[in-house]
Design a protein around this ligand. Structure first.
Ligand code: GLC
Length: 545
């Protein structure tokens, strides 16, 4: 099955649309907005979790895999969503969080209560001595990855929040339970799945300290991961469906294995190296300007590397864990429209299946909060503390959180200039940036030159052009530190995409724009009128021949 002509729209239900006036988005909210989603021209809706959860980590802490959290709706609402979406030609993809459960999951509660059978569902170990965890591994949200349970005199592993104990995939019973979860949703008419941090499921056989890092490299793409994944796919009967794995700290070699059709694992993978180009020394909490040369190398490695070896990329800038791309790699003030459009074209004309994250298509920006009280995410709150304890002033810490917080991507969808951005009739669970007055769906639907209409055009363009779906890809302007450019080729047809990542005029290093025209290329679209001698701020030019 090929997904090169498909586009996925990602929804974070908590912040999409509140149908019942409690300040929290819900499943019926998605149903009410299906016409809008359809108008984008996309094929699939991936929604992040709405299963019962204490919501310590935005629902990625599941306490019951096969039910709906009443705050988001009922199973009837879910059935109706699948049906109503299908009537409009839209399909639903669900998020499977199978690396860990919530501490409130029955399995973990029974493990804590002493049932050995369920203790084997998790990773419980003796410490190294009084008060000393088994290894020095750190969890993703700051602090040790181990938590002591006095009653059991053991430590449990949690690679994420303390409320998210990791499951023990070496136990065949666990693998069977999880395959049944996937099967359950498949049988409910779901068309595909996104697998959360799925490359972290296979832990090392011997647990030892990581002498160089925080442990990640010891358990990312672990020894049995491919075996477990292909078994899960087989036993849940989902081979050939649209599936995407979220791969933390992965590499090309493993993503090829995850996504090559002959592996029978997944149809595509998310990798994140291109979203770390503004991490100083690899540290998310150290600010730095985006390194465009590094970005170009990463795109090239993944685009060309996956193509040459029959793998498949999911291409994206934004999701519920990332700050907004336009604020991060563009300019969300002076060149808001231009930079949002350039970033969109850069991704949508690449090889891979594009994902649009709610609000990205209208150029939603970072949250622009000015006090820590406005943040909700466990990671942001933990790191604010860590930064303050490490000596940063309140202003410095707020600046870092302001740029890096996952809440930047979780503010309510901006539907109109009405109160609460028309997301809800009451104060939402998290507030909106003030720009909802101008950055919103209603305004952009009316403006033919809007970011929203540019996204719609890009989706349509992919569907109508085989060269975007299946063309080969080669990068050029490789020594240029301001521009990322690539050429797609299919038979005699060529498509050239040239993107200026700077808020100023820049020159090409390999010739100039008019030479393409002289060479028979036609500019088919871009984010500025006509052609200038050089590239204008955040300009994208798309040539065709
Ligand atoms: C993934 C999710 C993120 C969550 C984490 C732990 O990275 O996208 O939101 O916190 O996994 O489940």
């Amino acid at each position: 099955m090929k997904f090169s002509d498909k586009v996925v729209y990602q929804i974070y239900p908590k912040s999409f649309y509140d149908s019942n006036g409690d300040g929290l988005g819900d499943i019926r909210g998605i149903i009410e907005k299906l016409d809008y989603i359809k108008s984008l021209g996309v094929d699939y809706i991936w929604t992040t979790p709405f299963y019962p959860s204490p919501l310590k980590d935005g629902g990625y802490d599941i306490s019951d895999y096969t039910a709906i959290d009443p705050r988001f709706g009922t199973m009837e609402d879910f059935n109706e969503l699948v049906k109503a979406a299908a009537e409009k030609g839209l399909k639903i993809m669900l998020d499977m969080v199978l690396c860990h459960t919530s501490y409130q999951h029955e399995w973990f509660q029974r493990a804590l209560a002493g049932e050995e059978n369920y203790q084997r569902y998790y990773i419980l170990r003796d410490g190294r001595g009084q008060g000393e965890p088994p290894t020095n591994w750190q969890c993703a949200f700051g602090g040790s990855a181990w938590e002591y349970v006095p009653r059991l005199e053991k430590w449990y592993l949690h690679l994420h929040d303390v409320s998210q104990p990791d499951l023990n995939w070496t136990n065949p019973k666990v693998r069977e339970e999880l395959a049944n979860v996937v099967k359950f949703w498949k049988e409910k008419g779901v068309a595909g799945f996104r697998f959360d941090v799925i490359n972290l499921i296979s832990k090392p056989e011997i647990f030892e300290d990581d002498t160089e890092g925080l442990g990640r490299k010891l358990f990312a793409d672990g020894i049995h991961v491919h075996e477990y994944l292909s078994e899960l796919v087989k036993n849940s009967g989902i081979d050939g469906m649209i599936t995407v794995g979220e791969m933390a700290s992965t590499d090309l070699k493993n993503c090829l294995l995850y996504t090559r059709p002959d592996s029978h694992e997944l149809s595509m993978s998310f990798s994140f190296h291109h979203l770390k180009i503004d991490y100083k020394n690899g540290d998310k909490w150290s600010l730095m300007d985006a390194d465009i040369s590094a970005l170009k190398k990463i795109f090239e490695e993944w685009q060309v590397g996956m193509t040459e070896n029959n793998g498949w990329n999911a291409v994206f800038w934004c999701n519920h864990d990332q700050p907004r791309a336009v604020s991060r790699f563009g300019d969300d003030k002076k060149y808001w429209k231009e930079s949002a459009k350039m970033l969109a074209a850069a991704i949508h004309l690449m090889r891979g299946t594009p994902y649009i994250y709610q609000g990205e298509e209208i150029g939603m920006t970072n949250a622009k909060f000015n006090s820590i009280e406005q943040y909700r995410d466990v990671e942001s709150l933990n790191y604010y503390k860590i930064l303050r304890e490490g000596g940063k002033s309140e202003t410095e810490a707020l600046k870092i959180i302001g740029e890096r917080s996952r809440d930047n991507g979780r503010t309510p969808m901006q539907w109109s200039a009405e109160k609460f951005a028309d997301f809800s009739t009451v104060e939402p669970w998290i507030s909106s940036p003030a720009n909802y007055k101008t950055v919103n769906v209603a305004a952009e639907e009316k403006d033919s030159d809007s970011i929203l209409n540019f996204y719609k055009m890009l989706v349509k363009f992919r569907k109508e052009n085989k060269i975007v779906q299946d063309g080969d890809i080669k990068f050029f302007e490789r020594e240029n530190n301001d521009v990322i450019a690539y050429r797609r080729t299919l038979g005699d047809e060529k498509l050239i995409v040239i993107c200026n990542y700077r808020g100023e005029n820049v020159n090409l290093t390999e010739g100039n724009l008019s030479e393409y025209v002289a060479d028979g290329y036609k500019k088919i679209f871009g984010n500025y009128e006509g052609l200038a001698d050089n590239l204008r701020p955040f300009e994208v030019v798309v040539f065709h021949k």
